[in-house]
Design a protein. Structure first.
Length: 239
């Protein structure tokens, strides 16, 4: 097992990419805290899994989670900042309320997570994987706040990587492409077909595809990797 007895936090861990990460990390022996605002889909019979309520935009809730992990384990090996939201509006028609909501979760939430957990990660020479997006490195029309937030996550990842290298803490970003998640399926069959048509490999990416990238970066196999941006998109960004 590649993460035997390693302690991990995964935000947005109850659905989509986050759930895929939780299940993959547990399968590799990790002790996982799945943090989310939504009800847990997991059973209560696995002692290696703890579901916790967390609004990533609230510093006090992050402090409580960090204190819980510190009390139970004395440190943290892996933080996966995955929680995210997005709206389709462009700059010309987005509201300030919607803009601030996306920035609070997708950008500030990542900062708060790193801030709360860095002392615990330092104890274990652990690492951070920030789930950014291909739309943090390329652009499509609309989704202005989402682009801005994910671009910021890309920059924050590099800044944190160089800032905390001397703590022994690695920080990397993953940029998923168009992934088969409940949120995509909820948009109907046209959205699904559009995703297939837009992906050069001609297949849908799955949450597990992203989770396997998280597993690599979060394991000792990536001990010499920090400040990296790993694109998992079926070729979308090289068209």
């Amino acid at each position: 097992m590649r993460l035997k007895d390693k302690v991990a936090i995964v935000t947005g861990g109850h659905s989509g990419i986050g759930r895929g990460c939780v299940e993959t990390l547990i399968g590799e022996g990790a002790i996982v805290y799945a943090a989310d605002r939504t009800p847990s889909p997991f059973g209560t019979d696995d002692p290696r899994l703890t579901s916790v309520a967390l609004d990533v935009s609230r510093a006090d809730e992050w402090a409580s989670l960090a204190a819980m992990v510190a009390a139970a384990h004395g440190g943290l090996d892996l933080l996966v900042n995955n929680a995210g939201i997005g709206f389709f509006e462009g700059i010309h028609d987005t509201s300030l309320e919607a803009w601030n909501q996306v920035i609070a979760v997708d950008q500030t939430g990542v900062m708060l997570g790193m801030q709360a957990c860095l002392p615990l990660l330092r104890e274990r020479r652990g690492n951070i994987v920030n789930i950014a997006s291909i739309f943090g490195i390329i652009a499509i029309p609309g989704m202005a706040a989402y682009h801005a937030a994910k671009g910021a996550v890309t920059a924050m990842t590099r800044n944190a990587a160089i800032s905390y290298a001397d703590w022994g803490v690695r920080v990397n970003a993953i940029h998923p492409g168009l992934i088969d998640t409940p949120s995509l399926r909820s948009r109907g069959p046209e959205a699904v077909q559009g995703t297939l048509d837009a992906t050069p490999l001609g297949v849908m990416g799955s949450p597990r595809d992203v989770a396997m990238a998280v597993l690599y970066l979060g394991s000792d196999e990536a001990r010499f990797v920090t400040g990296a941006s790993l694109v998992v998109d079926g070729g979308y960004t090289v068209q």
